[in-house]
Structures are given as C-alpha cells and as structure tokens.
Design a protein around this ligand. Structure first.
Ligand SMILES: *[C@@H]1O[C@H](CO)[C@@H](O)[C@H](O)[C@H]1NC(C)=O
Ligand SMILES: *[C@@H]1O[C@H](CO)[C@@H](O)[C@H](O)[C@H]1NC(C)=O
Ligand SMILES: *[C@@H]1O[C@H](CO)[C@@H](O)[C@H](O)[C@H]1NC(C)=O
Ligand SMILES: *[C@@H]1O[C@H](CO)[C@@H](O)[C@H](O)[C@H]1NC(C)=O
Length: 485
C-alpha cells in the first residue's frame, strides 16, 4: 500500500509537470487524470466522444466560457443535434436528426462559427434514437449508420468549399436486421466495440474486417437491451444494459469476447418519468485518481431513490452504493461526470421529452414535475470505507448533460425555467434556457445567463461540447454557441 501511494504521488507530480500550462492541480480537489495512458485510437480528449473521451468522463481539459458576460448565437438546422464532436484542428462534427426518427445528417462547423460548412445525409435504416460516433486519431468521424455499417467520414476543403466524404465502410453483418448499434468506442488495440439495442456486444477489427459478437442475457436467458453509449479503458469495454453492467475484454486466441465481470443492478418496477428506458440512464463511466480508470460508475433505476454505484474496475467489487436526491427528483438519464475521486450526477426526473424511443415502456408515474438537482459524491481515499456525499443542490434544473472543465473547475450546463415563475417545477413550451456555470467545490451557481426561450431552445438533456472557451450545445432545432462577449 505505501509503495502504491508513492507511485501515485510520483505520477501526479509527473503529470503536473507535463501539463504545466494547465493548472489542473492547484486547489483542494484534484480532478483528473483523463484516462491514462490515453486512447491512441481517438482524437483529442474532451472533444472526441459525446462524453468527452473513451472513459465517458464528461470532463474536458479546456476552460469554458466562465462567469463573465456571454453572448450566444444559434444555428437553425430543423433537427436535433445530440452529438457534437470536436477535431484537434478546430472543427466540429454535429450529428443531427429530426427528433427520434428522421434522416440522420452530419454537419461540419468551424468551432468559432455556428453556420454549417458542409453536410452529409446517411442511411436511416430502422434507427431508433440517432447515430453513434467518435472522432479518431486522424480527425475522421467514425460512426454506424441505420444499416449497421461502420463508416469513416473525412472532411476536406477545396478553395474554401468544404465536403464530407465516406472513406471506409464495413458491414457489421452479425447484427440481425431489426437491431441497431447504440454505442460505439475503440479500445486500446484499435478494435471498434459496439453494443446494440437488443443486447448484442461486439467488436470489429477495421484492418481485417473480422467482427466478433456476444449476446448479453439475463440468467433466465432473456435479452438485456442496451439504451446508452459504451466506454473503453485499458482494462476493457464497459457496457450497461437495462439490467447489469459488464466489463468485457477480447481473447485473441479464441477470437472471442470474455466477460471479466457482470454486476446486476436494481432496475426498479418501471421506467421513471424523465428516463428514456427502463433501466440505468447512464453511459457507464470510468474514473479514478491515478490512472483515470480504477473505478466504474453508473446510476441505477431503483425506486423511490436511485443509487450511485461505484465498482472497482479490476474485479467489479462494489465500493459504494449511495442513494441520490429525494423521491421527487431521484432519476438520471445523464452519464455521470467522473474525475479523480469525484462523481457528479444531474437529476433528469420528470424532464419532458417531445418523443420517446420506439418500444419505451410506460413510465410510473405517467408524468412528474421537473425538480432538477445536481449531487456530488466522492470516493474516500481509503475506498474500503466507501463514499461520501460532498454536496447536493436541488435548485439547479439542469437541462443538458453537465460537463466538468479540468482547467477552470466549473461545471457547465443549461438550466430550464418557467417564465414568470422561476421557482416552479412545472415545464412548458415557453420555458427559458440559461447558460449556467457551477462551482464544483460547493455546488453553487457561479453564473446564469439567459440564452433563449421556447421549444426551439430546448437542450433536451443533450451533451454540450467545450472547446477553447466556447460552449457548443445542441438543441431540439439546431446548435447554440456560447462564448465570452
Ligand atoms: C451573435 O450574437 C450577438 C449577440 O448575442 C450578435 O451581436 C452577433 O451579431 C451574432 N453573430 C452572428 C454571427 O450571428
Ligand atoms: C446468451 O444466450 C445464448 C443463447 O442461449 C448463449 O449462447 C450465450 O452464451 C448467452 N450469453 C451469455 C453472456 O450468457
Ligand atoms: C421534494 O421532496 C423533498 C423531500 O420530501 C421536499 O423537502 C421538497 O420540498 C420537495 N421539492 C419540491 C420542489 O417539491
Ligand atoms: C467567477 O470566476 C472566477 C474564476 O473562476 C472566480 O474567481 C470568481 O469567484 C467567480 N465569480 C463568482 C461570482 O462566482
């Protein structure tokens, strides 16, 4: 144990030296590192996946717009843009689709502008909720389309005219018709892992085009559907189904997938209002103070209170189970933020979605007010003693997936409020949306500034992207850019 501590100290010191220009470790709380060693097959951490990196930490090494006066600009695209990914050379891919169902379209943006430079429609197939993607180490977009083809899309410009082109495709043939990919991430060997709505896990080797799969089942044999994205670390691939969390690795000799561990969780009696499926709403998150992946975490769907569950990545043993929020706001469709010893969870209980994915079962209760709330839980230094709630703020009605900046230590999100009755927990189509930054040490709001009103500004619990002090946020009808005025 002392040797372990010493190694940790040395590692922190070394990291601090290489990152001298970014004051990550200057105050009481040490966040980060973002998974280390970094995934060689994805682009820039913080920008390359919907949740920032392949750990799905929902952190960014970049500072956000901060608490000075901001201005905002909106690009109307007549589609929801749930996936915004950045390249290392300052461009943004937006994956947009009319809410749950129409043609998915890739847009290309310059990170300082909001108008679309180029667009490319991709096959819709029987896609349910959208398309899933990441940016690779060559700044290409890697995604699956509705026909379960793995695609690589490159950007190029000729005389200032931008184009998006498909440069690689591979049919993921073991996926049956009627099923679709819902999560996609490369591992440390360059295999591209995926999980499907009907509970098939797999990976593709882009070089040999070999595709290997494994059905995920309950002990009774019924299919464990997947409704959220997946995460990878040097320890393996993390997938949360509607019943359990799995850590999977590949066995090259047998050309097969190995279940390193499986941990079932309490999925409750029904889907909760503000959730899109009957199960966890989390993309499972790797985090930890030394390597960035010692722990894995999700939020379950227990009733009346959901629990934050933290596992040791190595063997799946449980570090802690912490009930979150109150019975009127206990539920989360968001991926938790995980960094260092800290986890942040936003409540989405009662959040109104204009549509639900096909096949989503009815919720119990049918509907609920949207109270909101963000809670921070820290794993204790001696993790055999579990975790501690650091703060809860039930007065933040977060309407986007919050992101933690490791540079300025603020949490960035949007807040939704009813005009005239800012304390009301009801929602309506005329609600106001505010750019919001939160102090990660205390949970208090640092800055809250009006951006827009009404349905067109609904940020719909989608993930924003922070790059070079600019926040890009998808809405139901396009993209909003926020930066210091
Ligand atoms: C962006 O918004 C600001 C006001 O918030 C406005 O002055 C500016 O003209 C807008 N820029 C563009 C490119 O629309
Ligand atoms: C799931 O069920 C199939 C068919 O019964 C079986 O071949 C497979 O091994 C099971 N998978 C797991 C992970 O238990
Ligand atoms: C939510 O429930 C808690 C605990 O019962 C209560 O203190 C709080 O006032 C409720 N909040 C709202 C907005 O109804
Ligand atoms: C604004 O941000 C700065 C820099 O993080 C911080 O020092 C200051 O306390 C913040 N202001 C408020 C009102 O929180």
């Amino acid at each position: 144990m002392p040797a372990f501590r010493l190694a940790a100290k040395l590692l922190t010191a070394a990291t601090a030296i290489t990152l001298l220009s970014i004051p990550l470790f200057s105050t009481a709380t040490t966040f980060g590192p973002i998974i280390s060693p970094r995934n060689p097959y994805i682009g820039q951490n913080g920008l390359a996946t919907m949740h920032g990196d392949s750990a799905s930490s929902d952190t960014t090494p970049f500072a956000g717009p901060g608490n000075a006066t901001i201005n905002s600009n909106r690009s109307a695209l007549q589609s929801a843009c749930p996936t915004l990914l950045g390249t290392s050379d300052g461009y943004i891919f937006g994956l947009c689709t009319t809410i749950f169902g129409q043609t998915p379209t890739i847009h290309l943006f310059d990170s300082q502008e909001v108008n679309s430079l180029a667009e490319l429609a991709i096959a819709k197939g029987n896609i349910l909720g959208g398309v899933y993607a990441y940016v690779d180490n060559q700044d290409n977009l890697v995604l699956t389309n509705g026909d379960n083809q793995l695609l690589r899309v490159g950007k190029s410009s000729t005389n200032g005219n931008w184009a998006l082109t498909i440069t690689y495709s591979l049919s993921l043939t073991p996926i049956p018709t009627g099923d679709s990919v819902v999560g996609l991430a490369p591992d440390w060997q360059g295999y591209v892992w995926f999980a499907t709505a009907n509970g098939l896990a797999g990976y593709a080797d882009p070089a040999t085009k070999n595709v290997v799969t494994l059905p995920l089942n309950t002990t009774g044999g019924s299919v464990e559907g997947v409704a959220n994205s997946i995460s990878t670390s040097p320890a393996g691939t993390l997938i949360s189904t509607m019943f359990a969390t799995y850590l999977l690795t590949h066995n090259d000799e047998l050309d097969a997938i190995k279940v390193t561990w499986r941990q079932a969780y309490d999925r409750g009696p029904a889907r909760k209002p503000g959730q899109l499926s009957w199960g966890t709403g989390s993309t499972p998150t790797f985090f930890g103070p030394q390597s960035g992946y010692e722990y894995a975490t999700i939020v379950d769907n227990a009733s009346p209170l959901v629990n934050l569950l933290v596992y040791r990545t190595q063997d799946g043993s449980q570090v802690c189970k912490v009930p979150l929020f109150e019975s009127n706001n206990s539920g989360s469709e968001n991926s938790p933020i995980g960094s260092g010893r800290s986890i942040f969870v936003a409540s989405t209980y009662g959040y109104p979605y204009p549509a639900l994915p096909a096949g989503a079962p009815p919720s119990q209760p049918t509907s609920a007010n949207f109270v909101g709330g963000i809670e921070r839980v820290d794993v204790l230094e001696d993790d055999s003693k579990g975790c501690v709630v650091k703060w809860v703020n039930n007065n933040i009605r977060s309407s986007a997936v919050p992101k933690l900046s490791l540079a300025d230590k603020k949490i960035y999100t949007f807040v939704r409020q009813t005009p005239l009755f800012p304390d009301s927990t009801s929602t309506g189509i005329l609600d106001n949306y505010y750019y919001t930054s939160i102090d990660s040490e205390t949970g208090s709001i640092d800055s809250k500034q009006y951006v827009g009103a009404g349905f067109i500004f609904d940020t719909l619990q989608m993930a924003g992207l922070i790059n070079q002090k600019t926040l890009f946020q998808g809405t139901v009808t396009g993209v909003v850019r926020v930066r210091k005025a």
